[in-house]
Design a protein around this ligand. Structure first.
Ligand code: SAH
Ligand code: SF4
Ligand code: F3S
Length: 388
């Protein structure tokens, strides 16, 4: 038997959010059960997986250009199998094969449990190398909707001290600029008992710090609501600290702040994306809250969660954003003083409502607004760190 057929090493490149980081770990865990070891050296891998993000054009461009260098991996004596998984897989489906013929399989975020089976199919084909047709075939899975619960319990964890625990998948908010609901599907909540079990499994392995994950984490609702879940997690023996991302302002309440203040293991940290300080733009973004509502929340947070960290996300250059809208964002940031913030330039995304609006803020102007907010935030972050 040729050497490349028996080497079981997988290289996974992850782009995008923490959800993808956790998904890559899940994929590594599932393949681990099939005898695959995760490697950070692409040259020694027999399976190469790109776990992708579609949130902005820039994220996709990185994948299209990055895929080029894997062409060699297919033709050298490894005959590596190349998979493109995650949000871009869902966004482009089979069209990916046209643009990147070196890709062998495509798997959307709700189908990742099928990856071991797909990889095994290719291995069987490779064992019969004489038949070139088998080697050239393509497999894609993008129709799934439910992830089997077992995938979260493979036991494989990348980090020995910290674990991400997905509490909900997808998002039903449909903010007008955002592709996430289209590539990740509508909000699905995991059963709270399964979540607790997964955390206990991590604690058994001496991981004492965890982060609860959801695209809209505080919209969680099963037999218990989000605050009740936080209390249950806080009661887990052996767990030392936990936090949660990402919260949506509309689902954020005084009760959540009270829970943060009173539950001893919760990190005093809130990531609360505001996106814009302009009333008009917030409406066009379909965020579901006003500037005033957001500012009132922050005031309450600072009062109730003493010395709590506060971070945010901002988009500049949304369609129709005028200078005065931009100034509203600038002033909000000056007023709130986030500890840190991610600042993004608006990027039109397929499927979204905003895609139909004219992308009318010129690139140069987006760049100028981006730079101004970056500079402002840099200053604020530095000052706040100094005060801490
Ligand atoms: N669920 C999280 C994260 C969504 S994606 C949330 O709701 O906050 C992370 C960030 O990317 C968003 O907060 C937003 O600021 C940014 N983003 C999303 N779509 C974008 C787009 N089309 N152009 C630019 N930035 C975008
Ligand atoms: Fe996207 Fe809005 Fe959902 Fe966040 S809340 S993932 S920005 S649709
Ligand atoms: Fe990107 Fe998908 Fe996360 S689009 S931000 S990897 S949910």
């Amino acid at each position: 038997m040729e050497q490349q057929v028996t080497t079981k090493k997988v290289f996974i490149r992850t782009l995008g959010c923490q959800m993808n980081v956790r998904d890559s770990e899940v994929i590594a865990g599932l393949l681990g059960k099939e005898g695959y070891q995760r490697t950070t050296i692409e040259q020694e891998a027999s399976v190469i997986i790109y776990n992708t993000c579609s949130v902005r054009q820039h994220a996709e461009n990185k994948v299209w250009s990055g895929l080029g260098k894997f062409r060699k991996a297919k033709t050298d004596n490894r005959k590596a199998i190349i998979g493109l998984v995650g949000c871009m897989a869902q966004n482009y489906k089979e069209a990916i094969f046209e643009r990147a013929p070196q890709v062998d399989f495509i798997v959307g975020p709700s189908d990742i449990h099928k990856i071991p089976e797909i990889v095994n199919k290719f291995r069987v084909d490779k064992a019969q190398l004489r038949d070139r047709k088998l080697l050239e075939r393509k497999i894609w899975e993008t129709n799934g909707s439910i992830r089997p619960e077992e995938i979260y319990h493979s036991g494989f964890r990348e980090d020995k001290n910290h674990a991400y625990v997905v509490i909900s998948e997808g998002c039903s908010n449909f903010c007008s600029y955002c592709i996430v609901p289209y590539v990740r599907g509508r909000l699905r909540n995991r059963d709270y008992k399964d979540i607790i079990k997964e955390i206990e499994e991590a604690v058994d392995r001496e991981i004492t710090n965890i982060t609860l994950l959801g695209q809209n984490v505080n919209a969680y609702k099963s037999a218990v609501n989000f605050i009740e879940l936080l209390k249950l997690v806080n009661d887990i023996n052996g767990l030392k600290q936990f936090s949660f991302i990402t919260s949506h302002p509309r689902d954020t309440s005084i009760d959540l702040f009270k829970a943060m203040a009173s539950l001893g293991k919760i990190k005093k940290y809130l990531h609360l994306p505001v996106q814009s300080g302009s009333e008009r733009i917030l409406q066009l973004m379909k965020r579901g809250y006003t500037r005033r509502f957001y500012l009132d929340l922050i005031r309450a947070y600072r009062k109730i969660v003493k010395d709590g960290i506060l971070t945010s996300d901002i988009i500049v250059g949304f369609p129709g954003e005028k200078e005065e809208d931009f100034q509203d964002t600038y002033n909000l940031m000056k007023q709130v003083e986030f500890d840190s913030a991610y600042i993004f330039k608006y990027s039109p995304r397929p499927h979204t409502q905003a895609e139909n609006l004219p992308d009318d803020v010129p690139q140069k102007e987006k760049e100028r607004r981006h730079q101004l907010i970056l500079a402002l935030q840099k200053d604020i972050s530095k000052r706040r760190r100094g005060n801490a």
